[in-house]
Design a protein around this ligand. Structure first.
Ligand code: ADP
Ligand code: ASP
Ligand code: MG
Length: 408
């Protein structure tokens, strides 16, 4: 008999009927003799609704109070699922993050899990109860409610699996696994039977929201067997996230990720002197703004254009910081563009294959898509292009790299 942590996302618990379907699935697993801990998200749309409500009072909501509020979404679904299970004769108890307790630091809205008490869960599991835990939330050393960042219930699931040394963490969602790219954008996308932690981490950090980045980091660090599955289908193995790279023949590219959530900022006419990158990015970092891609190029007149990307939500804040910096260093102008997106190819196979970048650039050239920025690492290549070309770029690359489903 195994100990299994199952996490159900927003659409999987989006209606009372869906919650009952989750209860039926949990009952089947529990009935086979397994110990089951279930983590649930808020009903789909609920977290957005709560955030909008807070913003109606305060455009930039107080983070502590925002966490008090958004954590209520998950408190509703844990109770509903416990009721649904009891209704079909399964003993179950629901717990908030604080009740467990899932201990975090005090970084409201993006807290990190520091420790998990397993005593209360173990006591209930010992009585053959299903334990239901609210995703996305924890409690800080002062007893404040914290939340783990959007999509954070994935991380709750994996962290509980690590703490309980579970045999598997199953992430149930509205797709039946991890695909070569978002199947909503490319209908020809293929489900992957397996993907390495390393690749999944890149996919997640480059914009594939199927798993929260931190959940993948956690699973890799604590060696938690992690599987993504559909809560809408009865059968299927889903996708296993694995450490093992030696599965059959490695394709060069495993997947394509994209991100529409960035904005590009350019400081024009920067004097080309030592320390200039620091003078520009130092204040940006001090303002707690994370910088992603960076491009710098020197022109004939010994000035440079310094371009970088930030999260779209931080664009205004970054511009305000840079207007001041530009005056100080004698730069000509600061401009920004939020109609951009980043498209990335990911694959451990890139390590042993040359020519991926040129094939990528050639494919985009054939579609007449202009590349604005490029960055590479050992297992990924990212480009920034105009946002209106996102779907065209992803589809063309998906076909060019042989990722499309075979035609029926
Ligand atoms: P949940 O509410 O269950 O946490 P999410 O919406 O967070 O679900 O994640 C599932 C969604 O992730 C899918 O509906 C799909 O559109 C999107 N997605 C993005 N990239 C991928 C990918 N490579 N494979 C599968 N799904 C992906
Ligand atoms: N309900 C939270 C969100 O919408 C956490 C999650 O669903 O994972 O971000
Ligand atoms: Mg999610």
């Amino acid at each position: 008999m195994a100990l299994i942590v199952q996490k159900y996302g927003g659409t999987s618990v989006g209606t009372p009927e869906r919650i009952q379907a989750v209860a039926d699935r949990v009952k089947r697993w529990h009935g086979e003799g397994h110990d089951i801990v279930v983590v649930v998200s808020a009903m789909s749309g609920e977290t957005n609704r709560l955030i909008a409500l807070a913003k109606a009072i305060m455009p930039d909501p107080d983070p502590r109070e925002l966490d008090v509020m958004v954590s209520t979404g998950e408190q509703v679904t844990i109770a509903l699922l416990a009721m649904a299970l009891k209704k079909i004769g399964v003993d179950a108890r629901s717990f908030t993050g604080a009740q467990v307790a899932i201990r975090t630091d005090s970084a409201f809205t993006k807290a990190r899990i520091e420790a998990i008490d397993d005593a209360r869960m173990r006591a209930d599991l010992g009585k053959r109860r299903v334990v239901i835990v609210a995703g996305f939330q924890g409690v800080d050393p002062e007893g404040n409610i914290t939340t783990l960042g959007r999509g954070g219930s994935d991380t709750t699931g994996v962290a509980l699996a690590a703490a309980l040394k579970a045999d598997e963490c199953q992430i149930y969602t509205d797709v039946d696994g991890v695909y070569t790219t978002d199947p909503r954008v490319v209908p020809q996308a293929r489900r992957l039977d397996r993907i390495t932690f390393e690749e999944m981490l890149e996919m997640a950090s480059l914009g594939s929201k199927v798993l929260q980045i931190r959940s993948v980091e956690f699973a890799g660090k604590y060696n938690v067997p992690l599987r993504v599955l559909s809560s809408f289908a009865d059968e299927g193995e889903g996708t296993l996230i694995t450490v093992d790279e030696e599965t059959m023949e490695q394709p060069v590219i495993s997947g394509i990720a994209f991100n529409r959530d960035e904005a590009k900022i350019t400081v024009r006419g920067v004097p080309d002197t030592p320390g200039i990158a620091y003078r520009i990015l130092g204040p940006v970092g001090d303002a707690n703004i994370e910088v992603d891609m960076i491009v710098q190029n020197v022109a004939a007149d010994n000035t440079t254009d310094f371009t970088f990307t930030v999260a779209r939500g931080e664009q205004k804040k970054a511009l305000a910081v840079l207007e001041a910096v530009a005056k100080e260093i004698g730069a000509r102008q600061v401009v920004s563009d939020d109609k951009i997106c980043k498209v990335s190819l990911v694959g451990v196979g890139m390590r042993s294959h040359a020519g991926v970048a040129s094939q990528m650039f050639g494919t985009l050239a054939k579609e007449n898509i202009n590349i604005q920025m490029i960055s590479t690492s050992e297992i990924k290549i990212s480009v920034v292009v105009e946002e209106k070309y996102l779907e065209l770029a992803v589809r063309a690359l998906h076909t060019a790299f042989g990722l499309d489903q075979p035609k029926a």
